[in-house]
Structure formats: C-alpha cells, structure tokens
Design a protein around this ligand. Structure first.
Ligand code: IVH
Length: 674
C-alpha cells in the first residue's frame, strides 16, 4: 500500500466515524463519545485535508462553510409542490375532521401519525445518490429559493446519507428551527452591541436562512427536523406503507426526525396526544405552535387526496398563540436594586401563551428606541415558556395619530433624584442610592433572598410594607423587629410573625460568602462573593483591601474591583455592616478555600450551553460544593468546559487551547464520582 492510500483510508475512516457520531448525536440524541473526542476527530480530518487539498470532497464533514457570499438566491421549482395545512382550533374541530375522514374512507377508525408542529421555516432538501444536492425554501409552494449553501451549515442536516438502500433521488421536507436558548442568546448579544433584536425564533430562523453570506448563517444555532417526502424515485410506497414507517426509514438514513412523533388511534388518540405535547410545550428547547395529525396509511392518504393547496389527509391542531397584538396603554419605569430603570409596558390585557398578560418588559431605553415603540401603539406581546412576557415589536401600520414617544423621566419616579444614562451603558439609573425607597426595598429583598441570607418567609410584599410603614429602612433594621410589630402589619398573624422572627434568628448564622453576596455590591454575584471570602478569609481584610489587592483575587477584574473598593469606602455601607455584626450576624472564620480533600479541589470549569437536567446556576453550585472553581471564560488554566445544548464560542476556544470539553453526560458522571 502506498503512503497516499494510507492517508485516503484514514480520511475515509475519519469521515465515517464523524458521520456516525453526528447520527448518534443529532438523530438518536444519544452521543457515544464526549464532545472532546468528536472535536479531535474533526481536527485530525481538517488537518489532513489542509495538507492534502486534493482529498477534500464536498460531502466531507469539514465542508459546511466555505461558499462565497451570493448576490442573490437562485430559483428552485418544486416538482412536488410544498403544501400547507388546514387548521383545527378546538376539540370539536378535530372530532369533525376525523368524522369527515372516516366518512370519506368508509371506515370506523383511522390511525394517525401525530407530530409536533414545529414553528420555524419549511425546507426541502434533495439528496441524489445519497449526497446533498440542493436545498430550497417553500416560497409560494411551487417556486422557492435556493438556499443550499446556507442549509449545508446546519449541522443536523447530513451532507451524505448513511446506509445503502436509499432511492437515487430522495427529496425530504422538514422544518429549520432556532432553539429558544440560541434565540435568547442572539438577542442578548444584539442588545449588548446595540443591534436590532429579532421578534421570535421563527423570524430568526427565517432571517438566518436568507443570509446571502453562508458564514453568517453558520453562526446562527439552527436545527432541522424532517417530517415529509417530496420527490422520491420509485414512489413513496416503495419505502413503506405508512407515513410513520417512512419517517423511520429517513431516520435510518441519518435524517433527524422528532422523538415526539407518535402513532395514535382516532380523534380520542389525537386529542390525548395534543394534551401530552401541550403539557411538554414550555419545556421543549424550541417553539412549537401546535401538533399535526396525518392519516398514517399511504393508501388512505391517496384515496383522500387534496383540496386546493392542502392535503385532506392531514390537519394542524394549533395551540393558543404565544404572540398577540394589543394596545400599549402606558410605559412606567421600575427602579431596581442598583437603581437601573426598567421600562415596563402597561398593556390592554391580552390572553397570550396560556395566561392573561397586562405587563411586559421593554428591557431598556435603547431597546425602545430601536423598536420605535410609541405609547398608544399596537404592539406584539410575546410570552413563550417560562420567559417573562416582552414587547417583541410594533405593528407600525396600525399606529394611531395620537401615539406619542416614550420619554425617559429626568428624575426617579420613586425618590425624585436625578436619572442619568451613563455613556456606553444600556440602563438609565436613579442616582438616589439608598435614599431611594425603591432601591432600598430591592436591596432588602436581595439581602433576604434564598441564596443570600436566606430569611424564610420574608417575601416581596412584606418587604414593601416594612419599608413603606417605616419599620425597616436598612437591612440591619430587620434584626430589630419583634413579633408584635410584625403582627400589626396587613396579612400577618401571630404565627407567621413568630416564624419570621425565628427565620431571622436562624439567618444570623451564615457564611462569609453569603454575607458578602447579601450586601449587594454591584457585579458581585455568588461566585465572586465566594472568591472574595476564600481569598481574604476575614471581612476586615476585605474591607481594607485596595484595588491592587482585589485584582489578585481569581476572577476579579478591574470593574468588579472598582465596585468592591468603592462600596467599602462608603461610610454609610460601613455603618450598616457594623450594625449587622452588632446584631450578632456571624460565620465561622476564617473561611478557608475548598479544603484539599474536596474531590474537585484545584480544578476549574467553565459552563456553556443549556443543560437538560439542571440550571446552570445549580450546576455551578454542585461543582463548587465539590471544591471546584467555576469561571466565566476559558483559559489554559481551565480543567474542562462543560457544554450543554447550543454551546457558544467557548467550545471553540476550548478546542483552540486544547482544553477538554465534557458533555452533560460526562458532567453527571463527574458529579456522581465526586
Ligand atoms: S406537513 C403536506 N408536518 O407547517 C403537508 N408540516 O402550516 C406538509 N410544519 O408548511 C406539511 N411542523 O412548514 C408538516 N410535523 C409537521 C410540521 C409542519 C411544522 C409547518 C410546515 C408547513 C406548515 C403548514
């Protein structure tokens, strides 16, 4: 064997192996190897291809991006038109639909393939002899746009089918979606850099697919699910007798099919499926706007045929919308703990995403200006999953003549202090500090919260009352309350008053890290508070520390150091701390950094992407409990990056620094071992 063919063999093996891992990861949702192993294979393949350009082929897993930007998209005529679906909105409409189908077929019971209705963009992808040849949008159903180069960048779209028994011409149809987490991250980045945000994940997916530069598409977190056939040499019947059976074949060939698909019987089966998927909707990583029922047997589909542009053999059963249009009645400004003014939309109540919404966030003034929101406008309100309702956009065409711009108040709506809008910051702030009742209330809520001093039973409403009636002005006043005073408040009985006093008593025994976090220093979250406690060991040392000393603390940069230093220089803050200590708040001193017997002592992790089993905050806490450090950015000191779904650029950074990347599965093993 010559050296050349050795290389060719290795390239072939690498490609097969990578495709196999893609299939395990995207199609089966069951990866076999950690991401780091996958990355190593990709790197090896890329390195060989760089050295032997003649070996590069278009279906190589490395060849997803590379095409030059286009001037315009070409046109694609769909030989088999891309149809739309009829809609059903309630149980009775589904029952009526099933009755019509049974009637036409002359049968008592019909079997349906039930699927989630994915809220993205329809796509049609043609594989010729197993190779991705062309991808097109739906367009008007007959003519779409050629978006091949962009679709090639979507990692869950195979560039080559696996197996051997696929038809020579196989056109598959599906939906390209942007997962919610990726959408939120995209908007967060856009907000931070002053760019326009996207209204919803569907628009985001559509916009991403219509980029003329494939490199831009490649950066968007898009995913695909397949749910139908287009053209198929030999006919669909050659692949199976049922729709569900055909989707199984697609899955075998490496095409991703939703795991939520099911086969159900009759209208009752459909409605049961609708209920089940509806319950899971908020927890899914991507938006769905309903479910689709398709007559499962192909011979029955054929007998039913089509009406105008929709099949008689399928119907969409829609969920309540997650977006509605309503009137923006007013914009009020809420003042947060750090004085940031958040504009809140007061809306004409509207039922959206399963709840009545009358308030929604507008984020900040920049966002209002970018979206061009006026009071009196018809606005698009979005409430998806657990995300707080937001004003996603304006229907400009419906702007009334008396609509007026939103104006940032010059003085704080709560305390009257000046409002400033620092250069380069999105938030406008009240300058009142602890003079401002709103900031005081928020500071007290933060102080008492679970992750800070953990005062059980001290809810937001109670804090508002305590501040308003003058019983509490600063956090230390909490420890001077007695049960009689509490009992005099609204909705407070003897028992709950005594319980709160007891909870306050309990909170006196804490840790230095919790105490520092509870003080609410700007930009000092739990992790930083822990670093500060671990580094200084005593509060006096921390309070006396100069900026240079603070910069020595792991993960503390100039901004945080500046905030910490300034906080402890304020006489007012020092007084509150003194009074808190006088109120017998204490912890075991010195709090040493993770003792060496901790299983993960000395290791440092970075979390990225969405984990399915826990929030990132919990993951961080779990690692820290084992003595590990968790930091925000990847460096050569990082032990490993833990990557959930849709990880960001941190994974690339890790690869470039040779830092291992752990999957969620590896991470769980790590926790179990620890
Ligand atoms: S089947 C001939 N199945 O919904 C039937 N469509 O409202 C063609 N969609 O254009 C469509 N999930 O973009 C089908 N599981 C699913 C779907 C689905 C989402 C979209 C698709 C279609 C639109 C029709």
């Amino acid at each position: 064997m010559t050296a050349g063919s050795d290389i060719e063999t290795e390239v072939r093996q690498l490609r097969d192996e990578i495709r196999h891992h893609n299939y395990r990861y995207y199609v089966l949702d069951d990866p076999e190897v950690p991401d780091a192993e996958y990355d190593r294979l990709m790197h090896r393949l890329a390195a060989i291809e760089a050295e032997h350009p003649a070996l590069v082929s278009l279906d190589s897993p490395t060849q997803r991006v590379g095409a030059e930007p286009l001037a315009a998209f070409g046109e694609v005529r769909h030989n088999v038109p891309m149809l739309s679906l009829g809609n059903a909105f309630g149980d009775d409409e589904v029952e009526a639909y099933d009755a019509r189908v049974r009637d036409r077929l002359g049968v008592d019971k019909v079997e349906y393939a039930a699927e989630p209705k994915l809220d993205g963009v329809a796509i049609s992808i043609l594989y010729r002899r197993g190779l991705l040849e062309r991808a097109a949008t739906r367009g008007d159903g007959v003519t779409g746009e050629d978006v091949t180069q962009n679709v090639r960048t979507v990692k869950s779209v195979p560039l080559r089918l696996q197996g051997v028994d696929y038809p020579d011409v196989l056109e598959v149809r599906g939906e390209i979606v942007m997962p919610r987490a990726g959408f939120e991250a995209f908007n967060a980045r856009a907000r931070a850099s002053g760019e326009k945000t996207l209204v919803n994940p569907r628009n985001a997916a559509a916009g991403s697919l219509r980029q003329l530069d494939p490199r831009l598409t490649a950066r968007r977190p898009l995913e695909v699910f397949f749910y139908a056939l287009g053209e198929c040499e030999g006919g669909a019947e050659a692949l199976g007798a049922t729709h569900a059976g055909i989707l199984e074949r697609l899955r075998d060939w490496g095409l991703r099919v939703s795991h939520l698909n099911a086969v159900v019987s009759g209208a009752a089966g459909c409605l049961g499926y609708y209920g089940e998927i509806g319950d899971r909707r908020a927890g899914l990583p991507y938006d769905i706007d309903g479910v689709v029922y398709k007559v499962n047997r192909l011979d029955q589909q054929k007998a039913l045929g089509f009406v105008s542009r929709a099949p008689r053999w399928a119907i969409a059963h829609k969920f309540p919308a997650e977006e509605e249009v309503t009137t923006l009645l007013d914009v009020e400004f809420q003042v947060g703990r750090t004085g940031a003014l958040t504009p809140v939309a007061r809306l004409k109540p509207v039922f959206v995403g399963g709840a009545t919404v009358s308030n929604a966030t507008l984020h900040n003034m920049d966002e209002i200006e970018r979206k061009g929101v006026h009071i009196g406008d018809q606005v698009i309100v979005r409430r998806a999953g657990d995300v707080i309702p937001e004003v996603a956009g304006v229907v400009l065409a419906r702007r009334p003549a008396d609509a007026r711009p939103v104006i940032l108040p010059a003085s704080c709506p709560v305390c009257g202090s000046d409002v400033i809008r620092p250069e380069g910051e999105a938030a406008a702030r009240c300058t009142g500090g602890l003079y401002c009742a709103a900031q005081r209330k928020e500071a007290i809520k933060h102080f008492a919260s679970r992750r800070a001093m953990d005062v059980e039973g001290l809810g937001d409403k109670l804090v508002d009352q305590l501040v308003e009636c003058g019983l509490v002005e600063h956090v230390d006043d909490l420890y001077r309350l007695d049960a009689d005073q509490l009992e005099s408040l609204e909705r407070m009985g003897r028992k709950s008053s005594e319980n709160l006093i007891e909870a306050l008593e309990k909170s006196r025994q804490t840790t230095m890290a919790r105490f520092i976090f509870a003080l609410g220093v700007r930009e000092v979250g739990e992790a930083t508070a822990r670093s500060l406690a671990g580094y200084f060991g005593s509060l006096e040392k921390l309070m006396a520390a100069e900026v240079d000393a603070l910069l020595e603390v792991p993960d503390v940069g100039p901004v945080v150091a500046g905030h910490v230093h300034a906080f402890f220089r304020q006489p007012h803050n020092r007084e509150v701390i003194e009074r808190l200590l006088a109120a017998r708040i204490h912890w075991d001193e010195p709090e040493i950094e993770a003792p060496d017997e901790s299983p993960l002592a000395g290791r440092s992790y970075v979390l990225t992407g969405t984990l399915s089993a826990m929030t990132r905050q919990d993951a961080k806490a779990a690692l820290q409990a084992l003595g590990a450090k968790v930091t925000g950015s990847v460096s050569t000191k990082t032990t490993a990056v833990i990557a959930g779904d849709n990880p960001g650029s941190k994974v690339d950074k890790a690869a470039s620094l040779d830092v291992p990347v752990l999957s969620e599965q590896n991470f769980m093993q790590l926790l179990e071992q620890g």
